[in-house]
Design a protein around this ligand. Structure first.
Ligand code: FAD
Length: 258
């Protein structure tokens, strides 16, 4: 299978660097073909701006969404954006690997999402009407592909437990899982999270590496997170709220799990 690893850490000799090298080796040994987008090494431009379109501009106002659509539809995207979209089309599975920084992904990776997820590619796909609010949340350009987060966190696992001070990890990752991966169609796998990273050393690293190895071996067998599909009847359209008989009394992120 084809696997794209999008990697966001500035230091190759880091824990993340070691886990990335192991991941590539493990996947290739299993017969997969791996491409890596090493965002710092690529000097990835994180900020969306008017230069993302090759269109000649005559002083018009820059519209981040509409300019993105125009560039996407007319083959005028900046080549770095088009290359990453090609990698996403090519991949059967995508892994986003990053250290948890301020309860989210590093800015360079957020900038990869913002620029590569063009209007027409990742959003604004399919019929948009009062009856069908686009192909998204389980449908879309990336449907049929799998995605998984590989995250390292300085905090302890208990800090991210259901009653932990930081909030549950599945809630912290929900905007990425549901909003960034499920939205354009990915089947989203449970994340691989390494906690309490500063305690990792030569003695404990093999256990982390082996746990990751198991997850990689089962990349195509693991059951995805059962997010509800937008267009399968659970939501009232066009309000896009859960029907009153679905998960009655529940609200918040957990209500969107079937
Ligand atoms: P490194 O610092 O490179 O390594 C961690 C440990 O692993 C070190 O002890 C190192 O010696 C060891 N190690 C590295 N490679 C190997 C190897 N090959 N074999 C054996 N041992 C090895 N944490 C949170 O929980 N929540 C946050 O919101 C958060 N925000 C942050 C914001 C910023 C800006 C920063 C800088 C950190 C933040 N952190 C947060 C902590 C952060 O998540 C961790 O520092 C990070 O995940 C560690 O990953 P690393 O690859 O940088 O590890």
């Amino acid at each position: 299978m084809n696997i794209l690893l999008v990697y966001a850490h500035p230091e190759p000799r880091s824990l993340n660097g070691a886990l990335r090298d192991f991941t590539i080796q493990r996947l290739e040994a299993a017969g997969h073909v791996v491409q890596v987008s090493d965002l710092y090494a690529m000097n990835w431009k994180a900020a969306i701006d008017a230069d993302d379109s090759l269109r000649q501009r005559a002083g018009e106002r820059f519209d981040p969404a509409l300019d993105s659509l125009h560039a996407f539809e007319n083959g005028l995207q900046s080549p770095d954006i088009a290359r990453e979209q090609d990698k996403l089309r090519w991949a059967d599975a995508v892994i986003l690997q990053f250290p948890l920084w301020w309860f989210s992904m590093p800015a360079i990776l957020k900038g990869w999402v913002e620029r590569v997820y063009a209007y027409g590619f990742a959003y604004g796909v399919g019929e948009h009407s009062e009856a069908h609010w686009g192909d998204r949340y389980g449908e879309g350009t990336l449907a049929g592909k799998r995605a998984m987060l590989m995250v390292t966190a300085g905090g302890w696992e208990s800090h991210y437990s259901p009653r932990g001070i930081n909030g549950p990890m599945e809630d912290i990752l929900f905007p990425i899982h549901h909003g960034i991966l499920y939205y354009p169609g990915f089947d989203v796998l449970p994340p691989f999270v390494v906690y309490r990273t500063h305690r990792i050393d030569e003695a404990s690293f093999p256990a982390t590496r082996d746990a990751l190895g198991e997850r990689l071996d089962n990349l195509f067998g693991t059951t995805p997170i059962p997010f509800r599909r937008q267009n399968a009847g659970d939501y009232e359209i066009p309000a896009l709220t859960l029907r009153s008989d679905i998960a009655p009394g529940q609200s918040g992120f957990g209500a969107h799990l079937a």
